[in-house]
Design a protein around this ligand. Structure first.
Ligand code: APR
Length: 251
């Protein structure tokens, strides 16, 4: 592991222009369960019944049973050392952007400025009936589950299965991935397209791919150059320390 950490830090310090793709695994140490690990959200809520736009349209009150559980966890969550390490690397000019599949806003809370929210965010909610959009704080005043003034139940502005990725986010994610020299992939099973295409876009553009996860994924044997096994908090802090030390000696 020592050798691989040094190799990853060297790649990041020398090549710079590091784009990051994050998944639910980076927020597990903030108390937010991921989706597909044991005890994950999809173990308790079948995504076919709770996470598709068809399910929401058919029975929004039922989907709000899952959303309410997520809201409580999201409200209590704070950035962890993994989010903080990425913000530090952005401030040092090493990280050029974070493409996140997460809707928790923890990258921005940790200080990252260049964040692409590929699956939207839970900060605002929209009405599928009349198109109104309100903030989460305002929605809280509307009772539970939150209803629009027109009477329909509001939907968080997160991407459900069956919905398109927001146009701007899709374009910006491809731009960031196609212009990076290193892609750091953290805490994702890479099961869901098109987010899981980003490491391939980066690779085709000549980037090296570094993957941080508790266990290998299907990326590990195909597109990953350096696999760092372990919890994102500890690995990213260590990787950031080593990268910054090399950057300081080079500058
Ligand atoms: N440190 C590093 N990796 C971790 C940690 C941790 N502390 N905890 C879990 N992981 C890893 C798991 O091993 C797994 O590979 O994070 C990954 C989480 O995978 P998923 O639960 O599938 O989450 P994600 O990849 O983000 O899912 C993508 O699927 O359901 C949709 O919209 C949802 O954005 C989500 C998308």
């Amino acid at each position: 592991m020592e050798e691989r950490l040094s190799e990853a830090a060297r790649l990041m310090a020398v090549r710079r222009r590091v784009a990051v793709l994050t998944g639910a695994g980076i927020s597990v140490e903030s108390g937010i369960p991921d989706f597909r690990s044991r005890g994950g959200l999809w173990e308790r809520f079948d995504p076919a019944e709770y996470a598709t736009i068809q399910a929401f349209r058919a029975d929004p009150a039922k989907v709000w049973k899952m959303l309410a559980e997520m809201e409580a966890v999201l409200d209590a969550a704070r950035p962890n050392p993994a989010h903080e390490a990425l913000a530090r690397l952005e401030q040092a000019g090493v990280v050029t952007g974070v493409i996140t599949q997460n809707i928790d806003g923890l990258h921005q809370a940790a200080g990252s400025r260049k964040v692409v929210e590929f699956h939207g965010s839970h900060r605002t909610l929209s009405c599928l009936a009349c198109g109104a959009r309100i903030s989460r704080n305002e929605a809280r005043q509307r009772g539970h589950p939150p209803a629009c003034g027109c009477g329909a139940l509001l939907k968080p502005d997160v991407v459900f299965f069956g919905e398109p990725i927001p146009e701007g986010a899709l374009r910006e994610a491809y731009r960031v991935a196609a212009s990076c020299r290193v892609m750091l992939v953290v805490g994702t099973s890479a099961e869901v397209a098109p987010a899981n295409q980003m490491p391939w876009v980066a690779k085709q553009a000549g980037a090296a791919v570094i993957e941080v996860n508790l266990a290998p994924t299907h990326l590990t044997e195909s597109v990953t150059d350096v696999f760092l096994e372990g919890k994102a908090g500890r690995v990213l802090q260590d990787l950031a320390d080593r990268t910054m030390a090399l950057v300081e000696t080079r500058d």
